[in-house]
Ligand binder design. Sequence first.
Ligand SMILES: [Zn+2]
Length: 295
Amino acid sequence: MKSLPAALVAIALFAAAPACAQVGPLPAQPAVVPLPLGALTPIAVRDAGFAAANDGKTFGLGIDTAEVGKVLVAGGGKAERVELGVTALLVRISGHVVLIDTGLGTGAKGVLVDSLAKAGVKPADITDILISHGHFDHVGGLVGADGKPVFAKAVVRMTAGEWASIKGAATNASLVAAIGPSVQTFAPGARLFPGITAVAIDGHTPGHSGYEIESRGHKLLAIGDMAHSHIISLARPEWNIAFDSDHAAANATRRRVLTQLAASHELVFAPHFPFPGFGRIVVNDDGFAWVPVTK
Ligand SMILES: [Zn+2]
């Protein structure tokens, strides 16, 4: 009997692994969820899912994985991995069609463009893209498989610090070449449109920014990667997360912003919380918890 080529054996073993062992980007069905906000209707636009193993390398650095698993299970998750969503936010405001972040991109299982179609929006309709930060799960959707900008008519806006950080990484050369002519930078906290203001949320990346959307006294804060897991990031805000570039700043910011959000009851959009990522923060013991809002 012939032996199987090693590559086929590897594929067979991978296929036989239980689904719960999968980590990295995960496929998702295209979907959109609108949320009324005063006179506006922001729309959550699904791109993908993402999973990270509870192996001590991503969430809870330096914390025993059994302890991390306990927190995950107490919050309704699985002990062996941290599950995230990857979601963008669409806002039609003041004559602009604004997209906040762009997901992983089609090359990495992203379905953002198919989800936008469900909202009746074509890529060429997008006038402005607000980038929270330059990680691949937020800027991946900017460039198509052909190397060209997906949102051909959009101005790509981000903080000057974040653009400098993106340009400083050699691995971003093709991204920088593709979007460079479309990028316009702003200072942290800048008012971008009537109804959308940038909010400096420090620690995740050098120029990380949230975006606050306001209409008729109703507010929604798009938090970017201030918090990743709706369980761990809220229950244990001071646990180090590998994705944060400055742990001390990110942890302090997380505690401060979560405290403010719990006190104000302001609506939140969190791109990595379970789709659609709309909800509110509440105090829970020494940490916080997530209360999803669907309408
Ligand atoms: Zn992210």
